[in-house]
Design a protein around this ligand. Structure first.
Ligand code: PMP
Length: 300
């Protein structure tokens, strides 16, 4: 198992910076029993200039607030304040390239009633960028994404991730790197923790919001397409449509932009190095490290 902390690691817990090994949490918390929590997955990068920069910090902490509100969890924190706290936390842990995990959780409560308050913890650990250069083998999952009429699908809620865990474990047990989940109508939705795009004849496609967590990286990819003059369309498509693609990639804060080798038995025909998807991957790397890149699809 990965090691997320040691005896020196500091976390932020409800107004205090304390050692991870000394942190306590209530085992009667409604969050532990029912998966009733919200969280974020954020990254910081060492920039070209050597500074530490949390990528799209405002978007992430705003989403944390929106997720909490979608689940009727009291939310009393201010985005700017949480960002300052997170930079402080990174410094205290001597981290630049890091993963940042805030979690908002509920007090002791075995009922389903609303709580008078929520708690917050922010944890961070080292994460080196761009390790996943290899193309991944993806399996169409037997699991569908949660029904948007059964959950606040746009919220990043702890309980939703039981679905992600089931799908990811199923794919790995079958010898694949990752799963692809469909929505309740059988259209392609997303990965367990990433959004999907495909490239066909020089154009990109991705599922529209509605049955997905429409990610911050997804929005960044769309931004990059605008900058590079690449046409991008949101539309519903099936796994059969996807198997006709030239190239496919997943994108997410943790995954960054990662190309696919195959879906089930179908290997994608384009050489990754020659795809538009690869250009987007490169542009994404530049954006997170604040490196200049040529805002054109011409060779750089
Ligand atoms: N979909 C799901 C289900 C996710 O868990 C994530 C990761 N947060 C994403 C998509 C990608 O979101 P983001 O780009 O904001 O990390």
């Amino acid at each position: 198992m990965a090691s997320y902390y040691n005896n020196e690691t500091i976390i932020y817990l409800n107004g205090e910076f304390i050692r991870a090994t000394e942190a306590k949490m209530d085992f009667y918390s409604q969050s532990l029993h029912y998966g009733y929590s919200v969280f974020e997955g954020i990254r910081s990068y060492k920039t070209e200039k050597g500074e530490t920069k949390i990528f799209k910090a405002v978007d992430h902490f705003d989403r944390l607030k929106n997720s909490a509100e979608a689940l009727n969890m009291p939310y009393t924190w201010d985005t700017d304040e949480l960002i300052d706290i997170t930079y402080d936390l990174l410094k205290r842990n001597n981290l630049q390239d890091a993963y940042i995990r805030p979690v908002v959780y509920a007090p002791a409560n075995m009922s389903f009633n609303k709580n008078p308050e929520s708690f917050i913890v922010i944890e961070t650990w080292e994460m080196q960028p761009f390790l996943g250069e290899k193309l991944i083998k993806v399996m169409t999952s037997s699991f569908q994404r949660p029904n948007p009429k059964g959950f606040r699908i746009e919220a990043k809620a702890g309980g939703h991730y039981v679905n992600s865990i089931l799908a990811s474990q199923e794919a790995k047990a079958a010898g694949y790197d990752e799963a692809l989940l469909t929505d309740i109508n059988g259209y392609v939705a997303e990965g367990p923790g990433a959004n999907v795009f495909y490239e066909k004849n020089g154009k990109l496609y991705t599922p529209p919001p509605g049955n997905i967590l429409s990610g911050i990286t997804r929005a960044t990819v769309i931004e990059i397409c605008d900058e590079l003059g690449i046409s991008i369309e949101e539309k519903l498509f099936t796994t059969d449509d996807l198997k006709q693609a030239d190239a496919v990639f997943y994108c997410g804060t943790a995954a960054e932009v990662i190309g696919w080798n195959s879906l089930d038995e179908t290997v994608f025909p384009a050489t990754w190095e020659n795809t538009i998807s690869k250009k987007i991957q490169e542009a994404y790397k530049c954006k997170v490290t604040e490196k200049e890149y040529h805002k054109t699809t011409e060779p750089v």
